[in-house]
Design a protein around this ligand. Sequence first.
Ligand code: PLP
Length: 407
Amino acid sequence: MLKKPSAKTKKFIELAEKYGAHNYHPLPVVISKARGVWVWDPDGNKYMDMLSSYSAISQGHVHPKIVAAVKSQLSKVTLTSRAFHNDQIGLFLKKAVELCGMEVALPMNTGAEAVETALKMARKWGYKKKGVPDGKAEIIACENNFHGRTTMIVGFSSDAQYRDGFGPFTPGFKLIPFGDLDALRNAITDNTVAFLVEPIQAEAGILMPPEGYLKGVRKLCREKNVLFLCDEIQTGLARTGKMFAWQHEGEEAKPDAIILGKALGGGVIPVSLVVSRWDIMDVFHPGDHGSTFGGNPLACAAGIAAIDVLVKEKLTAASAKMGQYFMKQIRSLNSKHVKEVRGRGLLIGVEVKPESGKARLFCEALMQNGILCKETHESVIRFAPPLVIKKQEIDWAVARVAEVLCA
Ligand SMILES: *Cc1c(COP(=O)(O)O)cnc(C)c1O
């Protein structure tokens, strides 16, 4: 049973429920302060953040270097629009492009906007470079995908709730099973311009593709002159123990475009990018596409600091090592409720058995035990702490997870 929230907590929740649309179902906890892997409620109770805002807080809450960079930029200039140049955008894009081993990037704000940008880029590339007849471009995506919530994107979701009530949808999308190369081969036609895929399906429940899948995708897309668009918004930037999740399969799996968001803004400001090559991105001409806030100097300053922290604090190696340790510790609990523990780096899914009840109930019990997690779909508890988490903090967490999973 859930303990009753305190009067303070109750007041904040009631306000939000009264004046805010009910498009979320948050756990009944209010966060009013945060540092590193820890957050506090208004009564001073401390919790460990095991969600990291869906991996947007990889560098840890209120990272001093990121906050300092943003504060410094705040006192100079925050927004110029793209009608003028600013002195941060070039520095940021150079850093991001080099990190990705690419050539050019287009900045937006949210993840969904960057996905939309990649889809527009792919369609225009299809018409102008591949020679697809006007209006015929096809894009292939996967069942159980999650790429954001705009109307174009939910139009090719396979989740009934994401679509229900929001049609009519944009045509030109085809869905195939995730991890199935034959399905991809069969789905590609002369009009296919791109294949959009997450290297690990995170929202779907941390679903991993079979070994060699992305390499196979790369090869097939090259053979058929189809763009390989990799949505690394959640899996990228060290989350899975490599800087980008496609790198688990080596250079032979390198996509044509990488879509980034979430941790790119260091948990401070929304920053997203499509990072690609000039032979693709050069389809965009002045006026084709844009965003008032995309590439603003405040966001770029945050992005520079966010990448610097990932690299200088070696968070890729930390994620690999701590993720392995964390997963081993959870497995060794041998909980009768757990069907499978899977993941890479610090993106870990614990699937509970149907007879043990819904994952939401476990998340509520974990919350009362000082651990903030969120279920994904009905049966998976996701553990994705900030990548700065220390071994002792994992031990602290595992002891509390044990109390819930081994009850
Ligand atoms: C979160 C997410 C998005 C959408 O990002 P927003 O910033 O919420 O629009 C897209 N793709 C993946 C894989 C994500 O995890």
